[in-house]
Design a protein around this ligand. Structure first.
Ligand code: COA
Length: 338
């Protein structure tokens, strides 16, 4: 028997007699004020600017101050996304937050952000998919909008990895940064040519031991630190992300020539370059923030989208491919017509 896959293959968007599709109506981001350069790290641990740049493309990262929590940063990004969409919090009836660094076990960060925004209707929840959290969130929001369960959804990625890094482990602490990004998604019954075209999400728990947070709520007195086998993650990232981008194109009978922008998860410039080459894109068609933000996990794609929309690179009508891989392993892609 052939089971339905996690892939949602659909005809692009809507006609008046079909269910609504989902458009991206606003994008926002927030980065902590404090910037930590590679040289500053090299003054504290045995590393160098040259090593970090050469292996990852990273030159600096933003690091949160005590008041810059996942909730605080997520709220700022959400407000900017709503402003960009030209709507107020009353347009929101669902909030989905991808985060691996919530302020507390519960209430969920999404509910805390809902409260901070003054939204009192609809629903809000966090999802745990590590660096794929934003792609997962977009996929779930799109499915719920198409099902008529909500109409105006904030999908937020907000992360303070600085609080779960082992700052003595040079193999991981140089790679990550803090920040938040958000999109405001809306049910759309008017513009048949715009919106989320398809999403494709995956997980494979066999690889849970190559990228994880050690310790958790309920495991007594164990500090929580990110642990990673960098080489293994790199190997899986290149193979699985290649599969995810091919899958997105094939599901919609598109080719790389149709793509205007690749907005990838920002983990490592070498992985991003490999994806750009696979899609035969010109380097300037790939949105890159990893050099200045490092890896902000679930926040990295909406932060990159925010930058490219605000500086005018991404224009209405452009076709965007997003993709991410994270601990789990989890991974996925989505095609969106802006
Ligand atoms: N500065 C200087 N040297 C470092 C270092 C640092 N920050 N971190 C590791 N090294 C050293 C290692 O100790 C090792 O030294 P040795 O040969 O004397 O033992 C050497 O550099 C090579 O280490 P290795 O881990 O094999 O390097 P690498 O080429 O695989 O690069 C990563 C390391 C982490 C940059 C790379 O594996 C990577 O990008 N992986 C994917 C990570 C990722 O994307 N994670 C997030 C997914 S969401």
């Amino acid at each position: 028997m052939t089971l339905p896959s996690t892939t949602s293959d659909r005809a692009p968007c809507t006609t008046p007699d079909r269910a609504p599709c989902t458009t991206v109506n606003g994008v926002g981001g927030y980065l902590p004020e404090r910037i930590v350069t590679n040289d500053e790290l090299a003054s504290r641990i045995d590393t160098s600017d040259a090593w970090i740049r050469e292996r990852t493309g990273i030159t600096q990262r933003h690091i949160a101050s005590p008041h810059e929590t996942a909730t605080f940063m997520g709220e700022q990004a959400a407000r900017r996304a709503l402003d960009a969409a030209g709507v107020g919090p009353d347009a929101v009836d669902a909030i989905i937050v991808g985060t691996s660094t919530p302020d507390q076990g519960f209430p969920a960060t999404a509910v805390a952000i809902q409260g901070a925004l003054g939204v009192t209707r609809g629903f809000a929840f966090d999802l745990s998919a590590a660096c794929s959290g934003f792609v997962y969130g977009v996929s779930i929001a799109d499915a719920m909008i198409r099902a008529g369960q909500c109409h105006g959804v904030l999908v937020i990625g907000t992360e303070v990895y600085s609080r779960i890094l082992n700052w003595q482990d040079r193999g991981t602490c140089v790679l990550f940064g803090d920040g938040a990004g958000a999109v405001f998604l809306r049910a759309n019954t008017e513009h048949a040519d715009r919106g989320i075209i398809s999403t494709h999400i995956h997980a494979d728990g066999r690889y849970g031991d190559i990228l994880y947070i050690d310790g958790a709520t309920g495991q007594t007195a164990k500090p929580q630190h990110l642990v990673m086998n960098g080489r293994e993650v790199f190997r899986h990232a290149v193979g699985k992300l290649a599969g995810a981008v091919d899958e997105a194109l094939a599901a919609n009978h598109l080719t790389h020539n149709d793509i205007d922008w690749l907005v990838p998860h920002q983990a490592n410039l070498r992985i991003i370059d490999a994806m750009g080459k696979r899609l035969n894109l010109r380097p300037e068609q790939v949105v890159i923030t990893v050099d200045r933000h490092a890896n902000t996990s679930a926040a990295s794609i909406p932060l990159a989208l925010d930058e490219a929309v605000r500086d005018g690179r991404i224009q209405p009508g452009h076709l965007i491919l997003i993709e991410a891989l994270g601990g789990g392993l989890t991974w996925g892609s989505a095609l969106i017509r802006f």
